[in-house]
Write a protein of this length. Structure first.
Length: 197
């Protein structure tokens, strides 16, 4: 769900950014259907998600969500972290945020033929409505979480209610991101070196 962070971590090539996006849409045993550069990023996406979920800062943030909502806290935090990344973009990236997002949208459109059906269906809306750019405002986080809640077969309201926890603990969650994200950057670089041919 933290699409912007995945795109940022894969910004070294258009192919890598597409692979990073595919990580949420392709099954692990289907990676051999893709070019090596894309397949590598699909696999790395899963490592990044696992690392994020197990990081002490993220674990601590999840505990701050109310009872019943903690099960969905990881999803809400993923989207919120894209908001914090947007807010502090210049701290992490020399490429302007809007420029990188536009480059990613172009790459996604150019790779339409290889996109799984579900991503092919949402890609035009993602681009036209500028989902990644919308993370710059808290309203964009709320829109994304509301969108995601409709995909749950049940308890979508608990996901939406997690937005109240975000508003309540905004400063603590944002500070936590500042502690966590440099660790994630280092981890992703290390994993990419391990998986490079």
């Amino acid at each position: 769900m933290n699409y912007l962070a995945h795109i940022y971590l894969a910004r070294h090539s258009d192919e890598a950014m597409v692979g990073a996006m595919l990580g949420d849409f392709v099954k692990a045993n289907d990676t051999d259907l893709y070019a090596p550069g894309i397949a590598r990023e699909i696999i790395l996406h899963r490592h990044i998600d696992s690392y994020t979920d197990s990081h002490p800062v993220v674990q601590s943030a999840k505990e701050m969500f109310g009872e019943g909502r903690r099960r969905y806290a990881g999803i809400v935090l993923d989207v919120f972290y894209d908001h914090v990344l947007s807010q502090h973009w210049e701290r992490y990236c020399d490429i302007p945020r809007e420029e990188l997002i536009a480059r990613f949208y172009k790459a996604l459109a150019e790779h339409e033929a290889i996109l799984p059906e579900r991503l092919r269906q949402i890609a035009p809306r993602l681009i036209q409505q500028d989902w990644l750019g919308a993370y710059g405002e808290l309203e964009g986080v709320e829109l994304a979480v509301n969108r995601l809640s409709t995909r749950l077969s049940r308890n979508g309201h608990l996901l939406r209610e997690g937005l109240g926890d975000v508003r309540q603990h905004y400063t603590a969650f944002a500070q936590g991101f500042g502690d966590f994200f440099p660790d994630l950057i280092a981890y992703a670089e290390e994993r990419r070196l391990i998986s490079s041919p």
